[in-house]
Design a protein around this ligand. Sequence first.
Ligand SMILES: Nc1nc2c(c(=O)[nH]1)N[C@H]1C(S)=C(S)[C@@H](COP(=O)(O)O)O[C@H]1N2
Ligand SMILES: [Mo]
Length: 302
Amino acid sequence: MCHLYLNNPKEYINLLLFCAVRTNLSFLYHFLSAVWSGAKLADVLELVGIPNLTSVTRSGGKHVEFVSIDKCKEENGGPYKASIPLSQATNPEADVLLAYEMNGEPLNRDHGYPLRVVVPGVIGARSVKWLDTINILAEECQGFFMQKDYKMFPPSVNWDNINWKSRRPLMDFPVQCVICSLEDVNVMKPGKAKVSGYAVSGGGRGIERVDISVDGGKNWVEASRYQKTGIPYIADHMSSDKWAWVFFEVIIDIPHSTQIVAKAVDTAANVQPESVETIWNLRGVLNTSWHRVQVRVGHSNM
Ligand SMILES: Nc1nc2c(c(=O)[nH]1)N[C@H]1C(S)=C(S)[C@@H](COP(=O)(O)O)O[C@H]1N2
Ligand SMILES: [Mo]
């Protein structure tokens, strides 16, 4: 730890940590947007003799494994662990951090004190908390959460025919957005209302567009986007914070009870899928379908 503080310039990244598990049943998802500070993993690896932009070491290392101190029942009491490719770990632009601060404060216990990994643009499961050891391996980490969880299977796969080895661990997450200004339970007066929320995509891709519909997805208007209040966001521009979320907002007429929908498009032209049925998968991960909010518009009893 001391070496991390002394030898490395402090790096800051503002990013959104996104858990892969998002189900439509509960709409339970796990997002954490914060400013993380710590040492860049690429710098630390350079200190131990692995230069930037290395994809294989001389001894054949291709993956960087992070091992924590916690004890998981899924690992039969062993520690939580995960790995990322060495090429990502040694790429300064991938901004992988060994973080010891969150929002300018020392990490708290729940978020991984004293040290955690933060892998931007990648599902939260790879950002190992309570970090103990870093290993350079020839093969991907064989831990439970890399090999037997957080994988996406085709619709034909069920618990009887599942072959975990047939799929890669999930890494970059897809484009998605969430309306935060309105909830299903809202009852409102007819007239103008604000539809706002956030959008984010994985792998450092920016948000190209957010479309809003107030008729269940028949007609759309484009929302305005920003990261800092009052400054329009331009995807992939120098000023854009590529690992952070992008806020969207539109003031729109909502004349009667309806379904309000939001869908985002990222800079690689990936669009959110329309419905969860089309992306159903056994493990129930990455439901990034259009976000829909049902609002009731009425005149009386308000
Ligand atoms: N050591 C350890 N690290 C871990 C986990 C864990 O159980 N143990 N959970 C992972 C998962 S699945 C997610 S989504 C994030 C959650 O990070 P947070 O608790 O800071 O929001 O931590 C990841 N790192
Ligand atoms: Mo997670």
